[in-house]
Design a protein around this ligand. Structure first.
Ligand code: G6P
Length: 611
């Protein structure tokens, strides 16, 4: 995690670094820092807390003059959040400053070696080891920066994206990466490095995606690239078409609310270009009908909310395409020695395309010779590049740490994929296909209609801002929806919540129900209405207050639920896309009601690039 930026050019660096970091705070926000060369020496300013503390400390960068610099926003791994542990870090003579995103796994061994050579360390970070190792090689190899950087790359184990400035060559920014994201932006008055595209969009739309173990060397007018042997290589810039406003709040109080409201458009953008004349065409997928027919089993791996879209779509793939599906948390999959056979397809779902565990699971499958497919939002991200096949979710940049629109786009992307597979494998007729596609095409408008209901949900949320525990129950796809509803609530409100398969309640969970406990029941699967209603009655008998989310034809629910939110009726496979909307709104308003930082919940980060 963590976000890094760097700038060299005509303009003052510090304000550009602060602006870039503000777009990267989603990657971590426990402390921040900048290093700027002022014409004579490198100055560093660091501050614990949000970026605004650093902005205030440096008067929006004004007290740090200079046109070359690097910056960092941190999510602590080694060493608590503190001014000392915040980046950038200096070598002992304060002539090299470095920022780092990632984890150096062999840092202790390297630290011992450097200590034996007389190096001393002021912080608990793995990063300080890297800057001193760089110092060591820089001095050992005739003050040749490129050689020093390549030597460091060969010695450190783990993941890193580094931004480096050297006092001896103050007109340059060096950068290098392995398993942590890094891009280089080519702007009119200078050049930039960043962990992610939104950080540079204000200055340029032309970016280079840096591959593993490539080095970039930036000056005001030039960008040069080198491989790990130090040989110069050529790279092609990519033009980014994103709307810059998408990365701004546009009058909404929080990014999360804005992104909730962007869902009709995001879902439409993900669906529309792919439905043509009653058929599904996924342009970038590049899978032949033969390949699709040959699939014997699907493994879905992902983390967080993306995992929940996998759980939902297990039902969809198995129900529609009749292909067996296993869904795993990526962090579990990679260490459980999974059985992967010829004919299996591994689908990795990831908004960022950078989640370390998901990426590792993908690599494992590739090693075993299994075809891999990434369902990814960020174009050009590691998973998008490394997977054999890719399907994009066109959600646009998502800033709030708690995902909403990217999650909704993952859902519909997978519905389309499942339907495509079902059609090619002859599991559904053309007629049924058309019917399903009609249902899918209606989802954006139906989501829109649900967004009009927010005031009612807000009032209900306000009553539960002081809740201690909240339970979510459902069966089948409703259970998958409950998983996401529960995660949304707990991650941004810090209220303890759990999701349970409704039928499992009586095997222990029901003992947690007390007078007044809020239970959210998701009841959208028609075949299971009666079963879940029985479970609602069971918890009500024990004193629970029940909020039900159900289809607008299930009036039966009024008899047992205390509060009901109706969602438009759609095909049973696609109900998640509608039922999740009120749950997102509910969580949002509980968090707002508790006065919390909705977009940046404590201890979390949006892109988790460490194990
Ligand atoms: C983090 C985020 C979640 C996200 C998960 C997976 O935990 O806070 O919102 O679902 O990572 O991220 P990915 O980018 O792989 O979808």
């Amino acid at each position: 995690m963590c976000g890094i930026v760097g700038y060299v050019g005509k303009a003052q660096a510090a304000p550009i670094l602060l602006d870039g970091l503000s777009k990267l705070e989603y990657r971590g926000y426990d402390s921040a820092g900048m290093a700027v060369y002022d014409g004579q020496q490198i100055n560093i300013q660091k501050a614990t807390g949000r970026l605004k503390v650093l902005s205030e400390l440096t008067h929006d960068g004004e007290i740090m003059p200079g046109t070359v610099g690097i910056g960092h926003t941190r999510w602590a791994t080694h060493g608590e959040p503190s001014d000392t542990n915040a980046h950038p870090h200096f070598n002992k003579s304060r002539t090299i400053a470095l920022v780092h995103n990632g984890i150096i796994e062999n840092y202790q061994k390297l630290k011992n070696l450097l200590s034996e050579k007389g190096y001393e360390f002021y912080s608990e970070t793995d990063t300080e080891v890297v800057v001193n190792l760089l110092d060591y090689y820089y001095n050992k190899y005739g003050k040749d920066m490129l050689t020093a950087v390549t030597k460091v790359m060969h010695r450190v184990e783990g993941s890193y994206a580094l931004g480096i400035i050297f006092q001896d060559h103050p007109d340059l920014v060096y950068s290098v990466r392995k398993d942590s994201p890094l891009i280089v932006g080519m702007a009119q008055d200078g050049n930039l490095i960043a962990s992610d595209v939104p950080a540079v969009l204000k200055y340029t739309r032309d970016v280079y995606f840096i591959e593993n173990q490539e080095i970039a060397c930036l000056s005001e007018h030039d960008i040069r690239f080198f491989n790990e042997d130090g040989d110069e290589i050529q790279k092609e810039a990519k033009h980014i078409d994103w709307d810059i406003n998408a990365a701004e709040k546009n009058g909404y109080e929080h990014f999360m609310l804005k992104e909730i409201y962007e869902q009709p458009k995001a879902v439409r953008d993900t669906i529309s270009p792919r439905i043509k004349d009653g058929q599904i065409e996924i342009e970038e997928l590049g899978m032949s009908d033969e390949e699709i027919k040959a699939i014997k089993k699907i493994h879905i791996v992902a983390c967080g909310s993306a995992y929940h879209t996998g759980v939902t779509n297990k039902y969809v793939f198995e129900g529609l395409a009749r292909i067996p599906v296993e869904v795993d948390l990526a962090s579990e999959f990679r260490y459980r020695n999974p059985i992967l056979n010829e004919g299996d397809l591994l689908i990795v779902i990831s908004q960022s395309g950078e989640t370390a565990d998901s990426l590792a699971a993908l690599r494992l499958a590739k090693e075993k010779g299994i075809t891999t497919l990434g369902i990814v939002n960020v174009v050009g991200s590691s998973i998008a590049r490394e997977a054999d096949r890719v399907m994009y979710t066109w959600a646009g940049p998502e800033i709030a740490v708690a995902t909403t629109k990217a999650y909704s786009c993952q859902l519909v992307a997978l519905y389309l994929l499942a339907l495509k597979f079902a059609g090619v494998r002859g599991e559904i007729s053309d007629e049924t296909m058309k019917e399903y596609l009609r249902d899918i095409e209606m989802l954006p408008n139906q989501i829109e209609s649900l967004l009009g209901n927010q005031e009612r949900i807000q009032k209900f949320a306000n009553r539960y801002v002081a809740a201690k525990d909240v339970f979510f129950i459902g069966r089948g796809i409703d259970y998958a929806i409950s998983l996401e509803g529960s995660l949304k609530l707990k991650e941004i409100s810090y209220i303890h919540s759990e999701a349970y398969a409704a039928g499992e309640l009586k095997h222990g969970t029901i003992s947690l129900i007390e007078d007044g406990t809020l239970v959210t029941a998701v009841v959208t699967q028609e075949d299971l209405y009666k079963k879940t209603i029985s479970n609602i009655v069971e918890v009500k008998t024990r004193g629970a207050v029940v909020m039900a989310i159900t289809n607008d034809d299930n009036l039966e629910i009024e008899k047992c639920a205390d509060y009901t939110i109706y969602v438009p009726k759609t095909n049973q496979y696609f109900t998640n896309s509608l039922a999740i909307i009120p749950l997102q709104i509910f969580s949002y308003y509980v968090s707002v009601g508790r006065g919390l930082d909705v977009d940046k919940p404590r201890n979390l980060a949006k892109s988790v690039t460490v194990e």
